[in-house]
Design a protein around this ligand. Structure first.
Ligand code: GDP
Length: 140
């Protein structure tokens, strides 16, 4: 499996509860390297653009309000098969369905307030990384 990069967000429910380090420990324990990271407050436009694919879903408004409610930590992760590996470390969207030991099983509050985002494919990873980071901010 080739070395890949994926985009991660530590979401407001986790930053608010001071879990940035705990989430990062899970990421690093899985063999993924955090090669870029910054704490930002998303604007409404950022959140609406980022989740545009969900704009017709009933939870879209709630999702946008949640993502702008507190700071988030945006990250680039690198490693072998990083996209699938991070999805595995994150666990299922709904913490009630997430496997033991995953970030969402241990930390998520609900299907909406689920602590982390991770890209789902190489194309989205590249787009999401480019949206939040300049090339010089990423160093592997
Ligand atoms: P992910 O790839 O596992 O993050 O899941 P999706 O792409 O399906 O959904 C994106 C995000 O929308 C999820 O991580 C949740 O934060 C949120 N979301 C998904 N389903 C629901 C829902 O039923 N209710 C609420 N409030 N938020 C949801």
């Amino acid at each position: 499996m080739a070395i890949q990069r994926t985009f991660s967000i530590i979401k407001p429910d986790a930053t608010k509860r001071n879990l940035t380090g705990a989430v990062n420990a899970k990421i690093e324990a899985a063999g993924l390297r955090i090669i870029a990271q910054k704490r930002i407050r998303m604007t409404r436009a950022n959140a609406e653009t980022f989740y545009a694919v969900h704009k017709d879903r009933p939870f879209f408004g709630e999702l946008v309000e949640f993502m702008i409610s507190e700071p988030v930590v945006v990250q680039v992760l690198e490693g072998e098969g990083a996209i699938a590996k991070y999805r595995e470390v994150m666990g299922a969207t709904d913490p009630a369905e997430a496997a033991e030991g995953t970030i969402r099983k241990e930390f998520a509050l609900s299907k909406g307030e689920n602590s982390v985002h991770g890209s789902d494919a190489p194309e989205t990873a590249a787009e999401e990384i480019a949206y939040f980071f300049a090339g010089m901010e990423i160093t592997g």
